[in-house]
Write a protein that binds this ligand. Sequence first.
Ligand SMILES: C[S@@+](CC[C@H](N)C(=O)[O-])C[C@H]1O[C@@H](n2cnc3c(N)ncnc32)[C@H](O)[C@@H]1O
Length: 226
Amino acid sequence: MFNEISPRYDFLNHFLSFGIDHIWRRKVVREIRRHFGNSLHSLNILDVATGTGDLALAVAGLQPAHIDGIDISTAMMEVARRKVQEKGLAQLISFREGEAERIPFSEDTYDVVMVAFGVRNFEDLKGGLNEMRRVMKPGGYMLILEFSHPDRFPMKPLYACYSKRMIPLLGKLISRHRQAYTYLPQTVAAFPDGEAFLFILRELGLQNLRQIRLSGGIATLYCAEK
Ligand SMILES: C[S@@+](CC[C@H](N)C(=O)[O-])C[C@H]1O[C@@H](n2cnc3c(N)ncnc32)[C@H](O)[C@@H]1O
């Protein structure tokens, strides 16, 4: 599905979110800066389900040692590679085909392992999160940005209407893919958020868990340490 929508993915992302997705990714960048302070230049970072590379590119601004991105969709990563080449960042950011459930890197490799709007798509959520934990160095930082469920007025009814009606309609018209943008609100509704998601991270042995609700709960940034 992501291979098929890759040419229009970036446009639709920014259009359907009114550009707020950039603000959410910048929150991940700020959180890494806050956590690591002066040692940013030595960081090795892994972006899981990197897609078209927007999170990897956002984090490149921190000038870390290196960023790897993995994804199962070659077409999404083709777009990512083009963007990275255009920005002259090919030395800093590398992409490789790989599944979250079988990350093609050794254990204890990364200071930061992050994923934006990807965990919801994992075939095996706990398996993928456990793999992310495995490749993190002890003391490493995990950041997971994902859609969640707004639970207060007025965001709750507004978002319910927008995600169930407008996103499928506009997504179908622009992406020309019948299911992709119907699948999005359905998977968000079925996905654990808030305390339920933190419970899964805790079960995997991760520590110092935090959740930062964004835009009235439309998205949440989960942070954890190994
Ligand atoms: C909604 S996109 C998010 C892309 C990007 N992180 C962003 O913020 O725009 C989800 C991505 O997850 C990838 N994906 C889905 N399941 C995956 C898995 N099991 N392992 C790795 N990538 C996966 C898809 O190919 C797609 O590129």
